[in-house]
Design a binder for this molecule. Sequence first.
Ligand SMILES: Nc1ncnc2c1ncn2[C@@H]1O[C@H](COP(=O)(O)OP(=O)(O)OP(=O)(O)O)[C@@H](O)[C@H]1O
Ligand SMILES: [Mg+2]
Length: 149
Amino acid sequence: MTKKSDKVLNLLKMEFLSLQENVGLARVAVASFAAQDDLTLNELEEIKVAVSEAVSNSIIHGYDNSEKGIIKVTIIRYEDRMEIEVTDEGKGIEDVDQAVQPAFSTDPERMGLGFVFMGSFMDTLIVNSKPGSGTQVIMGKRIVNNLKN
Ligand SMILES: Nc1ncnc2c1ncn2[C@@H]1O[C@H](COP(=O)(O)OP(=O)(O)OP(=O)(O)O)[C@@H](O)[C@H]1O
Ligand SMILES: [Mg+2]
């Protein structure tokens, strides 16, 4: 196993209110940051979807679509990978193992595919959550190319 490098090459932190219109903002900001690397359009699109899904979950589930809470998004470029962390201080998840299962949703109107997209579009997915104290989603993408120029 190759050792993970923890040298930080670049970092962006955002904090915003749980409003639907901020999903687009987070997507664009993360995509602009990620575009400093020589990624394919497809890879960039996948990163955007993963971020949208995580932020949407915080708004819809974490803060029940109504309570205005804080969502934090941090993106860190390490030498060998990119890590995107989405954190809310919302209601949290009762059973994380169950929540990440394909087609599991606590809302009968939804598909239950958000975590599936996050897991398949990124290389690693970690979900830390506790009922009453919020949710943290950490997604990693390995990067082999060097930064542009
Ligand atoms: N930030 C969060 N806070 C609280 N609960 C969450 C959070 N993120 C996910 N969940 C719970 O995990 C379940 C699964 O999430 P997932 O994104 O996979 O599906 P979904 O949001 O229900 O449907 P879809 O993403 O397809 O619209 C949700 O139904 C919800 O119960
Ligand atoms: Mg979802």
